[in-house]
Design a protein around this ligand. Sequence first.
Ligand SMILES: [Zn+2]
Length: 65
Amino acid sequence: MPQCPVCNVQVFLKSDSGNPSMPTAPFCSERCKIIDLGRWLDERYNVPHIARNDDDGDEEIYPDC
Ligand SMILES: [Zn+2]
């Protein structure tokens, strides 16, 4: 049985009728889904990146290297 990655509660993916009972799967609840999303965004935003000069409004392409 899968478990919620956030709080490790067992997640029941399907109801007896076979229909998905967990729209938030693999999370147990919308709350845990949001918590996990927040963690993911934190990781992403913590990655250092080159500051861009956006004040002129032009679409300037900077090399990724
Ligand atoms: Zn949970």
